[in-house]
Design a protein around this ligand. Structure first.
Ligand code: ADP
Ligand code: MG
Length: 696
């Protein structure tokens, strides 16, 4: 078997490969583009393209694609072969700098949320040299940004890069004020832990709900669920272990640092975490990882479910976005140092995050708002829909001391040094963890736990980067004008802690009591996607995001429109799938069973006319009643679905869905699940939860 160190990154045109395949002159120019964003002229691009093509062909590639992240949530690719006709009637393999740098896919089939209506249908993809190209299958993948003819972003990568730029700009201003002259840039890093379920392929194929919607719309709880907690970190069964092994290898080849894997709380649920890297690359890698997870599952006759809530009554899946800020010189700005000087700087960056999360809690909520995630957030295994922050006991004590000026002896005028006295050295302390907090400080990074398992992490990081950039901008504006820097820093820290104390909550986030308290504190609680989304266009949000140059207004409007449309379509498909399954599978199953029971009664009575047949009578009466109830609710759901289809405005339709369709679906499901528990298994055509969860 090949060594891991040999296969790791073997399919990636990474730094080492570039060095090996480019002249040092070309390499240096390309490196300048990658690291500093310097423009790359066409002659250099031609050389790079040629080298990339030769390398890719050696890896078995015949095609190339510009790989991008349209607003559909999945990645898009259009494959072109390298072939080009030659004068002798044969072909040569060609790939030019122009083809590397820019593509022109027809944008008209991708959602643009109205941008297209105003402008031309043509879209452009532009090479993102900061994310390495790679070979997957027989294709060279080139990560690209995707925009309209007029330059509006039609993807998630463009605003993400802009948000990283915003944070870099404002963070450098702060660092210079603290006397740091050598950091050339500041970037955010992310490690995204990914949860998923595995299910047997054959069973999956028999569930229209899983096939069409990614989640089960029916299904009674099996006698055993997750109550024993015996799955969490449990030994891997051989089939799952083989899958994970294969998955690791495929990811490693693509340069994805798959690191930790384990069973999760729910049966059939697992987690994979890579080592953190630059946010842009982490986002690309996470998209790629979700793709590879599904492909590898096929080989093992499994299906990988990425939906946020595949099964009612067992834990759903999320993604933990571990996020930190660091300099190119290797300083983690969220790491509490042990000198006073560093502590003050740490506190400023910490404050910037606290202020950002409080000021833009709505944006963080919006960033994770999807119909799928609505099934999970606020349920008893996932963070609530309310955004709050966990700082841990030590840091909270520091914060409170600073607010109350307890440990500060202003007379000594050595504010920063005193900062050191109250600030203990932080070691990453696992006992200090709070698993129920949506946004937890975990030693030298923040972990945001509200992201849905199927979602891109781009939106979350766009909002986070932008909001923190905005706090830093406000701080820098003030500090640059300050006469006494140290005093001004102290005042800022104290003011931030005081103003934003409400966002800090170290208790149990799953507690109902907390939701009441959160509302008293004035934190927003947008329970559903339609509750949250419209706030994307609130004045304060538009102002911040446009001033930070992360979005222009029309891009925000288009995103809001697309997200609402997505929600609407998703739930409508679910509702129609339910009706279909009830009509074609559930009611016929119940009737078939009832018919056979009734026949049994007849047969028995032929044998002995006065037999009571109490069991059959009870069953027939109860189940007939349930069948009528199923039919009634199903007709009502059909009616509501028809009404919702007729609503023109997406937002209005979303509210209608939230208030009428989803509750009706819940009612219908409940009676169907009851019918399942009463119907003999051989009549039930839909594989039950017991098999789905435990037969992997
Ligand atoms: P957990 O206990 O939640 O599994 P870990 O410490 O194992 O936490 O880390 C989880 C994720 O956080 C991993 O992807 C890891 O690479 C990432 N991570 C660790 N340090 C940082 C950091 N400084 N910035 C961003 N992500 C980080
Ligand atoms: Mg975690």
């Amino acid at each position: 078997m090949e060594k891991v160190t040999d296969i790791f990154g073997s399919m990636v045109f990474d730094d080492l490969t570039m060095k090996a395949n480019l002249s040092s002159e070309t390499y240096i120019k390309l490196k300048k583009t990658i690291d500093e964003g310097a423009p790359l002229d066409l002659s250099v691009a031609n050389v790079v393209a040629e080298a990339m093509k030769d390398w890719a062909i050696e890896k078995g590639a015949t095609h190339f694609t510009h790989w991008f992240q349209p607003l559909t949530g999945v990645t898009a690719e259009k494959h072109d072969s390298f072939i080009s006709p030659s004068s002798d009637g044969r072909v040569v393999m060609e790939f030019s700098g122009k083809e590397l740098i820019k593509g022109e896919p027809d944008a008209s089939s991708f959602p643009s949320g109205g941008i297209r209506a105003t402008f031309e249908a043509r879209g452009y993809t532009a090479w993102d040299p900061t994310s390495y190209a790679f070979v997957k299958g027989k294709t060279l993948y080139i990560p690209t940004a995707f925009c309209s003819y007029n330059g509006e972003a039609l993807d998630k990568k463009t605003p993400l890069l802009r948000s990283m730029e915003a944070l870099n700009r404002e963070a450098l201003r702060i660092l210079r004020l603290f006397g740091n002259e050598d950091a050339k840039y500041v970037k955010t890093s992310v490690g995204a832990e990914q949860e998923y379920f595995l299910v047997d392929r054959e069973l999956y194929g028999k569930r229209k709900d899983l096939v069409f919607t990614g989640r089960t719309l029916f299904g009674a709880m099996p006698p055993k669920g997750q109550e024993m907690d015996d799955h969490y970190f449990g030994a891997l069964n051989p089939r799952v272990a083989a899958y994970m092994e294969d998955l690791d290898r495929e990811l490693w080849k693509l340069g994805i640092t798959a690191k930790t894997k384990h069973n999760e709380v729910a049966p059939g649920q697992h987690e994979l975490a890579p080592i953190y890297t630059s946010t842009n690359i982490a986002t690309d890698h996470n998209q790629l990882m979700m793709d590879v997870m599904q492909k590898v599952a096929e080989k093992h006759d499994l299906v990988c479910l990425l939906h946020e809530k595949p099964y009612e009554g067992v834990n759903g899946s999320g993604k933990h976005n571990n996020w930190s800020i660091s300099t190119d010189t290797g300083i983690n700005l969220l790491s509490p140092g042990d000198t006073p000087y560093e502590n003050a700087q740490f506190l400023i960056f910490l404050c910037a995050v606290i202020k950002a999360v409080d000021d833009y809690q709505d944006l963080l909520r919006i960033a994770v708002a999807t119909a799928g995630n609505d099934c999970r957030l606020g349920a008893n295994e996932a963070p609530p829909a309310v955004v709050s922050m966990f700082l841990g006991d030590e840091l909270t004590a520091v914060m409170d001391a600073i607010i109350e000026e307890k440990d500060y002896k202003a007379a000594e005028k050595q504010i920063m040094k005193l900062g050191a006295e109250v600030l203990p050295k932080f070691v990453k302390d696992n006992t200090d963890r709070n698993r129920t907090s949506p946004f937890a400080f975990t030693g030298n990074k923040f972990e945001f736990r509200m992201v849905g398992s199927s979602d891109s992490i781009a939106c979350t990081n766009i909002m986070l980067n932008s909001a923190v950039a905005e706090s830093l901008r406000i701080y820098a504006d003030r500090l640059e004008k300050a006469d006494n820097f140290e005093e001004a820093v102290h005042k800022l820290i104290q003011k931030t802690f005081t103003d934003h104390r409400r966002i800090i909550f170290n208790g149990n986030g799953y507690d109902d009591e907390w939701i009441r308290e959160a509302e008293e504190r004035g934190l927003c609680n947008y329970r559903t996607t339609p509750d949250a989304l419209p706030h994307l266009l609130d004045d304060k949000n538009v102002k911040m995001l446009t001033e930070q140059k992360v979005y222009v207004r029309v891009e925000l409007e288009s995103r809001c429109a697309i997200l609402l449309e997505n929600y609407r379509k998703t739930v409508m498909i679910e509702a129609r799938t339910m009706t279909d399954m009830v009509d074609k599978q559930i009611l016929p199953a119940v009737e078939g069973f009832l018919g056979d029971i009734a026949e049994t009664v007849n047969a028995k009575r032929q044998f002995k006319p006065d037999l009571a047949c109490r069991y059959e009578s009870r069953l027939i009466e109860k189940l007939s009643g349930i069948a009528d109830e199923i039919d009634r609710l199903n007709l009502e759901l059909e009616d509501l679905t028809a009404k919702a289809s007729g609503i023109e405005e997406d937002l209005e339709a979303c509210y209608y869905i939230r208030d009428n369709i989803l509750p009706k679906m819940k009612e219908l499901r409940a009676v169907c699940d009851e019918a399942e528990t009463m119907t003999a298994e051989e009549y039930w055509p839909i594989p039950n939860y017991g098999y789905l969860l435990f037969l992997v």
